[in-house]
Design a protein around this ligand. Sequence first.
Ligand code: KIV
Ligand code: NA
Length: 269
Amino acid sequence: LARTTLSTLDRIKAQGERFAVLTAYDASFAAMMGPAGISVVLVGDSLGMVVQGRGATTPVTLDEMVYHTHCVARGIGEGAADAPLIMADLPFMTYATPQDAARSAAALMRAGASVVKLEGGAWLADTVCFLAERGIPVCAHLGLTPQTTDMLGGYKVQGKTDESAARIVSEATLLDAAGARLVLLECVPDAVGRAVRETVAAPLIGIGAGPHTDAQVLVLHDMLGLSPGRKARFVKNYLAGRDSAQAAIAAFAEDVRSGAYPAPEHCYG
Ligand code: KIV
Ligand code: NA
């Protein structure tokens, strides 16, 4: 096993295989990821909900993201042979301009991230290009973008009309051309996932975006059955019937690689 880099992910995609992505926010869980077969660990701003107990991701600050990225990086360790790639979210309003984005991304990279993720469409093309030119790999997050749920009017499936589907595909294409090294698509019908997969060069990570992607991501607490309340359609509890978090994470990674996850009941058809 070798450390996962963006080249590893490009190669997996080129070979028509799939990789697993999972969130982590602390050292203990981060240490389980590589041995369980997770390729990318996302330090998501979902920590606003699952760690901080807030109702949204918008209150999460850059300092908090830096702190959790440090924790995750320590858990993974510098020398681990099977170390996953660390991706960290740029939180709400820390990338409103390219200059803001570069400063914020630098803080996450110093904390141990190798890729930064930001949410949005066409308006981010200049920012993605600005960061890429300065050596900061970017993941573009499209579809349902939790930082803008107030604008979207809640947590809803995106791209259900022909017009909104076409817009997601064209924005993904634009950000891919601007230099995004990964694209993440959240909560869209399968057909939109497939269309984006067919047009972007970067590896495509999906969450509730159907089976036609290069990778799948879930929030750790959701796939361990720890999140209270109504579950999103794409959530599967991998701890059910297993006796450890390590076994649950390994089963998720295996299901993503084999294509067993997501099953039709996890998709928006
Ligand atoms: O913050 C997060 O966990 C995310 C994933 C849901 C993609 O952005
Ligand atoms: Na996020």
